[in-house]
Design a protein. Structure first.
Length: 234
């Protein structure tokens, strides 16, 4: 199983999570855009997933349960060194990096639900962003000024976005769950996945909406099966 593709900032490589080593365990891999020169970056008994490139393309952030629960780690492509990034009472998963290299956003899960955390990679300061009532799956706009996320305060979920001074709804369909937001490189579109159900009965398809004029959904895929976690080539 190969999933969660993530394009490198220069568009030359793709990182992804995979069980191709056997045994059902998930690790992080990277390959050239044409599928050649595949390299396994992690090799651990715990699942490693959710790869997200650092802005300079020299390392990848990812989620791992190697410390007994979900935390964010960083693997360096040069020597495959793995560093732990988060440590706290909450479970940390679903990392997203800002294009300017300053921030790491991720989903934090406590008993009361999910919230989005923003970590300043320069200072180490962490703060909560987004919405009350549950939020996950953050994604930065190309200029780093806006952060989209899945809002979980009601069913089905919707997509919202925040800046330093504003918050807006991107997608709110009363019949469909909306998940996995991803801005296009020019910031014009937001790709995401929609499904009539979440977990039981899910059937995800890819869709897009205009980021400046959100609301109208254009489906890109259809039919049975789960099409999700879109990522744009730079």
């Amino acid at each position: 199983m190969d999933e969660e593709p993530s394009w490198s900032p220069d568009g030359a490589r793709i990182a992804f999570s995979s069980t191709r080593a056997g045994g059902g365990n998930v690790d992080i891999y990277v390959m050239h855009a044409d599928g050649s020169n595949m390299v396994r970056l992690t090799d651990h008994a715990a699942p490693d997933q959710d790869p997200a490139w650092a802005a300079d393309g020299q390392s990848l952030f990812f989620t791992s349960e190697r410390n007994g629960r979900g935390e964010i780690f960083r693997v360096w492509l040069g020597d495959r060194r793995v560093d732990r990034v988060t440590s706290g009472l909450s479970r940390a998963i679903m990392p997203a990096t800002s294009p300017d290299g300053r921030y790491l956003a991720y989903s934090s899960q406590l008993l009361i639900g999910f919230k989005v955390q923003l970590l300043n990679l320069e200072t180490g300061e962490t703060r909560t962003v987004g919405a009350s009532g549950g939020a996950c799956r953050p994604a930065f706009s190309p200029d780093t000024n806006e952060l989209a996320f899945v809002h979980l305060d009601s069913e089905p979920s919707r997509l919202e976005a925040v800046t330093e001074s504003n918050r807006r709804t991107l997608v709110a369909d009363r019949q469909l769950w909306s998940y996995y937001p991803a801005y296009s490189p020019d910031g014009r579109y937001l790709a995401f996945s929609v499904s009539p159900e979440h977990h039981d009965g899910e059937d995800w398809d890819l869709a897009i909406t205009e980021a400046a004029r959100p609301g109208a959904i254009t489906r890109l895929t259809s039919g049975p099966g789960n099409d999700r976690v879109p990522d744009w080539r730079p």
